[in-house]
Design a protein around this ligand. Structure first.
Ligand SMILES: [Zn+2]
Length: 338
């Protein structure tokens, strides 16, 4: 087969790779129905995260099981499955506590921007859909693998409750699906911080009640203005920079919560500042596996349509164009179909 490999900054190749096969009894091999480019793929693509050696890419995936190892019990060939970007056994104490992204056997998926994929710990990582899905919901099912699962975790970690006032920092796919999540959790006001027209429209369609275009201190001042000087109950930090995290901390009311899911890059917290803000901080890589069954049901029953974040669809072999379009912010998120 051919698969996606990143060689260095802005050097994505779709090239010959060895066909994945069952290596351990707990493995499954799946034929990918859809995969995509993640905002976090842009960090190494832009050279901000160093690429030491050619890196097989892709961690968002769904598809049909082709083969399973002898120890796999919960998925079988022919089933359509969705997996988390975190590979987990789903049996260790951390998994049992609902933190599969802290699994004692944790691995991060890569190699998914390819037509065929080996998934380790298939029982602990994959969840099948009730039956084979109609083609039009496949993009929405794919989002559960990472961006929806991560947006959901951000809202959950930020303790969004019915009636909450929520601020979402970041207008990438995760931030936009954080809006979807906050809405489903019953938030009364959802403020999306975005200065891009297309993303503002999508955020509103997903349930945002207000848009703030200002950033930094001016952005914080706007949030304070909108909340009678108090700040938001819950803030979803979906970027991972110094500016976005400080914006999140300063936009939260005393006793409020921040769910942070942006992978931190060059971010350092001044605990003196944080101490007096009286905020709760919870975040990290999302335990998507915990949310998979419920999120599959929400998409399956067409209660949400998170697949709308894909504004570009390409054949998988044009994956390099998907990276370019997202890097240049011509696309929010690129869907790839083998
Ligand atoms: Zn585990």
């Amino acid at each position: 087969m051919r698969g996606t490999v990143l060689y260095g900054p802005r050097d994505v190749r779709f090239e010959d790779r060895e066909d994945p096969r069952i290596e351990k009894p707990t493995d499954a091999v799946i034929r990918i129905s859809a995969t995509c480019v993640c905002g976090s793929d842009l960090w190494p693509y832009r050279g901000i995260q160093k690429v030491e050696q050619p890196m097989p890419m892709g961690h968002e995936y769904c598809g049909v099981v082709e083969e399973v190892g002898s120890a796999v019990k919960t998925v079988k060939p022919g089933q359509f499955v969705i997996g988390s970007f975190c590979i987990s056994d789903n049996t260790c104490p951390n998994c049992q506590a609902g933190y599969q992204s802290g699994c004692q056997n944790l691995e991060f998926m890569s190699r998914a921007q390819a037509p065929i994929l080996r998934v380790p710990f298939a029982d602990g990582t994959l969840v099948p859909t009730p039956e084979l899905p109609p083609d039009d919901i496949i993009p929405s099912l794919l989002t559960i693998s990472d961006v929806l699962g991560t947006g959901w975790f951000a809202a959950d970690a930020a303790n969004v409750k019915p009636g909450s006032t929520v601020v979402v920092v970041g207008d990438g796919a995760v931030g936009l699906l954080g809006v979807v999540s906050a809405k489903l959790m019953g938030a009364e006001r959802i403020v999306a911080m975005s200065r891009h027209e297309k993303r503002q429209q999508l955020a509103k369609g997903f349930g945002a009640t207000e848009i703030v275009t200002e950033r930094g201190d001016e952005g914080v001042a706007r949030i304070k203005e909108l909340t009678k000087g108090i700040g938001a109950d819950s803030v979803l930090e979906c970027v991972g920079t110094q500016e976005s995290m400080m914006q999140a901390i300063q936009s939260t009311r005393p006793g409020g919560s921040i769910g942070y899911v942006g992978v931190p890059h060059g971010l350092q917290l001044d605990m003196w500042q944080v101490f007096f803000k009286l905020v709760r901080l919870h975040g990290g890589p999302a335990p998507v596996r915990r949310y998979l069954p419920d999120l599959i049901n929400l998409v399956w029953d067409r209660k949400i349509n998170p697949g709308k974040v894909f504004d570009l669809t390409l054949p998988l072999e044009q994956v390099a164009e998907g990276y370019r379009a997202m890097d240049e912010r011509r696309a929010i998120k690129a869907l790839l179909r083998p």
